[in-house]
Ligand binder design. Structure first.
Ligand code: ADP
Ligand code: MG
Length: 311
């Protein structure tokens, strides 16, 4: 294939990905993998990454639960999930102790993909949670109970749980960090991309020391990558130098199709499955699935579940 110009290279890359990934089934992890998608900056692609990675994993035969813990509810919108004020949501799980099984809805376009939606009252949950008992571990307990009950009942246990966070480090994000084993950080390939990253890593360290020893940054995805600019390449180089083991090889390009999809209540995986945006997310999801078939020993997962159930 002709790789002599950037456009020809992009077309050739897409063709290679399409051939390598079309129809591929991704390996199932030994235990459910719970990832929190986090970055304290807004607008860096957290929600876009959450819903498209989730859709790509489901497309490749895995079962996925997206927990939308951002009061804006953008992940719920992109997955075509109802989340108006009357819908039972993650708010009810966190504040009222409603089981996760009672709030999840299946994504209409993507079999195997469920979503626990966010409603606007989650904005108040930051404050309503303050006086509650075990306010930092409410999501973790609800999720542990959900996974255990599904296992016992023989119903679908998700292979992946992805939690879409708001851009701040309030109690909602802390709940997401405590419920997860892994942190997935999308980084925008633009100026100031690394600003705030050290603060995020410090916060993760704090959570690890005090609330969740299993938490670690397992995955970093470079998004809004523009292959024509020196800046994108520089940011990518710098991030790869700092985190050689975490950064996925696939990068996600800046793409109009990716940004259009949510207004149709869709991910780019269904909106335009052959676009380079969809193929990049499929490639990234495939790496995520291949790398992490057994990211942490299952004893750690079990210990965590036990802790969640008994305290
Ligand atoms: P966050 O959840 O971190 O606030 P979003 O995922 O909502 O960020 O993305 C912010 C904006 O950028 C949205 O309008 C989204 O559609 C757009 N966007 C995200 N990723 C891309 C991309 N790869 N190409 C073009 N637009 C993108
Ligand atoms: Mg978001």
């Amino acid at each position: 294939m002709d790789d002599s110009t950037p456009l020809a290279k992009a077309v050739a890359d897409d063709a290679r990905k399409r051939i390598a990934l079309t129809g591929r089934r991704f390996p199932k992890p030994a235990e459910p993998r719970v990832l929190t998608v986090a970055n304290q900056k807004g607008g860096v692609g957290k929600t876009t990454t959450t819903v498209n990675i989730a859709a790509a994993l489901a497309h490749a035969g895995l079962t996925v639960l997206v927990i939308d813990i951002d009061p804006q509810g953008n992940a719920s919108t992109a997955l075509g999930i109802e989340h108006h004020a009357d819908v039972t949501s993650v708010y009810d799980v966190l504040v009222e102790g409603v089981p996760i099984a009672d709030v999840i809805q299946e994504c209409p376009d993507i079999p195997g993909l469920w979503c626990a939606p966010a409603t606007i009252d989650l904005a108040g949950a930051e404050i309503e949670l303050v006086p509650l008992v075990a306010r930092e571990t409410r999501l973790q307990k609800a999720l542990a109970a959900y996974l255990r009950d599904a296992q016992v009942a023989g119903t679908t246990v998700p292979d992946y749980v992805l939690i879409d966070c708001p851009p701040s480090l309030g109690l909602l994000t802390v709940n997401a960090f405590v419920a997860a084993h892994e942190v997935f950080i999308p980084i925008q390939c633009e100026y100031y991309a690394l600003e705030g990253l050290s603060q995020l890593l410090k916060n993760i360290e704090l959570i690890r020391n005090h609330l969740n020893p299993a938490l670690h940054v397992s995955t970093i995805l470079l998004t809004m990558y523009d292959g024509r600019t020196r800046l994108s390449a520089q940011v990518a180089e710098e991030v790869r130098a700092h985190f050689p083991d975490q950064v996925l090889r696939n990068t996600v390009p800046r793409s109009v199709r990716i940004s259009e999809a949510p207004s149709h209540g869709q991910t780019v995986m269904t909106y335009d499955p052959n676009s380079s945006g969809a193929l990049s997310y499929l490639g990234a999801a495939s790496e995520l699935a291949d790398r992490g078939v057994a990211p942490i020993p299952s004893t750690t997962v079990t210990a965590q579940n036990d802790r969640g159930l008994t305290t």
